[in-house]
Design a protein around this ligand. Sequence first.
Ligand code: FRU
Length: 508
Amino acid sequence: MQKKFKHAISLMTVLVIGVTGCAKEDNYYKEKYRPQYHFSPEEKWMNDPNGMVYYEGKYHLFYQHNPEDTIWGPMHWGHAISTDMVTWKHLPIALEPDDLGTIFSGSAVIDHNNSSGFFDNGSGIVAIYTNHKEGQTQSIAFSKDSGKTFDKYEGNPVLKSDYSIDFRDPKVFWHEETQKWVMVLAVGDRVEFYNSSDLKNWQYLSKFGPYVGARGGVWECPELFELPVDGDMSKMKWVLKVDLGDRAVAGGSGGQYFIGHFDGTEFINDNPKNTVLWLDYGADFYASQSWSNAKATDGSYYWLAWMNNWKYANVIPTGVWRGQMSIPRKVSLKSFPEGIRLVQTPVEELKSLRYGSKTIKDETITPEKNILKKYSGDSYEIIAEFELGTAEEFGFKLRKSDSEETVVSYNTKLKNISVNRANSGNVSFNENFKRKFTAELNPLDNKVKMHIFIDASSIELFANDGEVVMTNLIFPDPNSKDLELFSIGGDVRVEKLEFHKLRSSWKK
Ligand code: FRU
């Protein structure tokens, strides 16, 4: 009898666990505001992408992580891998704080020829990061098992500073012409360049700044890479990307870039020192980092950024997790009448998420008519090409309800494009959030293109094939799902509009 009772209890336990396990599974990545196809940590705090490297068919994404809390704190490197930059698998924490300090941002490289001596004549991943304690120093760690685990180098730190407390975020790459590793480092109001033959001994080369470009707050998270201009491999230019902690174009933290030449020692800016080139005209694209060892066939790089802003990052209204990445983007250089500019476009791999696609062709939009009335969604992509007509303004109202909307609009008189999140949903958690963002954009042959990605808590706009990009967080009610295509003061013609629902990339 007793035995039977025991058996019944264990059966019940199995059933309960089974049911709750299942319920848990169903709720996985379904919390309010949880992004469905952007990377976010399972729980707790995340900021910058780190150690981005492609190795043996896998894209590695390490990230600034506080595993104890949903606010910034003692930094670790969290870790995830993907074969397509879109579907991610979480892995255990890769780097934990030690006697030298917490683990701030940094990069990773493949040491193909065992220049470091860590790999018994094979190859492997070397991570180069900042240790943060009273001051900041650079350290390295290596992985002999394809990134699963890391050993810290016993000779750490490998680089110290006698003069700066802000001395961080090493981005390292192999410089072919000089056959050296080059490190770009953020040092207060400038960047510094170092080189090395073995990733352990570093020599100072030169600096870029101060008093150049935009300088609000300290400079952080630099990047340096070479790209073809207009896809022409015989016409290469170097891009130096530098983020600034405050007073960027959309307020708060943001990214800028310089175009020029890097000879292995020095970066020479092509533009006058007061020229400022912004990466993104939205508020939430910070600390972007490209994948090392993974160029596109046309020579472009792939990168993503932390989709957030230090102005409010610690108080955004998310739940068990806080922080998400932008979609992965292809980064290229293109010539415009005003000069060479960086363009960003969504990676092709995102197309694998599409379902329920619809296409509209050759429709005239008048102020009375909303051709998207029957559409709805909270996770989708829109690709639209407009021919300008008599409308003074036209665009989309997205994540809409009676009381909420996020508005993307083109103003034909002022020739500018904007994203307005002032009524996008929850905007009350910080005074800097409730805003409209605007950037100049010229029509091309009387046409304007908009490519928009909507997720549970973000909107990313790529205008005219990535000439202007705006990345913004939004926190609409989950039920705000309506769409509207509007025109004001006249007509506009939609040449083609594609609408693709995007499925979740998260499964347990
Ligand atoms: C940028 C940054 C880096 C630093 C890290 C600390 O967001 O401030 O400069 O390494 O975050 O988490």
